[in-house]
Design a protein around this ligand. Structure first.
Ligand SMILES: [Ca+2]
Length: 171
């Protein structure tokens, strides 16, 4: 039950059931590959200019163990981050997702990967604007990194919430 609650995250029971049905229907073998992820994101974000690119970037982030497919738990992480409730909740999810080696802190590579996924999702662009955004994001997080270059959750949260250009990406 605890695991179920964790898996549900910000979703209501009905939303959870409906995602579970959709996942089982689209992926009867319990595996969602990249092509299916792209299809799903096209449905979810019809107005986004580049749902394919976002789906690809998400797939890399959500396929945590690099097996080449997303299982239902990883899939729910993706749904939560895309449709989740409050900004702080989204930032918390994002922190966990960004923490690729799961050591409870973020290095600059993890921050850049996360920020680029969200930037493309929000703006649909990935050119010079994204490079400028990533440079600014790195500068902001560098200021709160510890002497080994790691950013801890509280400092990450404070930084994301106090820099308008950062949290607008997550809204
Ligand atoms: Ca980490």
């Amino acid at each position: 039950m605890t695991e179920l609650l964790l898996l549900r995250g910000g979703l209501s029971r009905d939303q959870f059931q409906s995602w579970k049905r959709k996942f089982s229907h689209d992926c009867p073998d319990g595996r969602m590959n990249l092509a299916k992820t792209v299809e799903l994101f096209r449905d979810l974000f019809p107005s986004s200019s580049e749902p394919e690119r976002f789906a690809e970037l998400c797939f890399e982030v959500f396929d945590r163990d690099r097996r080449g497919f997303i299982d239902f738990k990883e899939f729910l992480n993706a749904v939560n981050i895309a449709t989740g409730a409050t900004l702080v909740e989204k930032l918390e999810w994002a922190f966990k997702l960004a923490d690729a080696d799961m050591d409870g802190k973020l290095d600059m590579n993890e921050i850049v990967e996360l920020a680029s996924v969200f930037f493309v999702f929000r703006t649909g662009s990935s050119g010079d604007r994204m490079i400028r955004f990533l440079t600014d994001a790195q500068k902001a997080f560098f200021q709160v990194s510890d002497h080994e270059g790691f950013v801890h959750y509280q400092d990450y949260l404070t930084t994301a919430l106090t820099h308008k250009f950062l949290y607008e990406i997550f809204l």
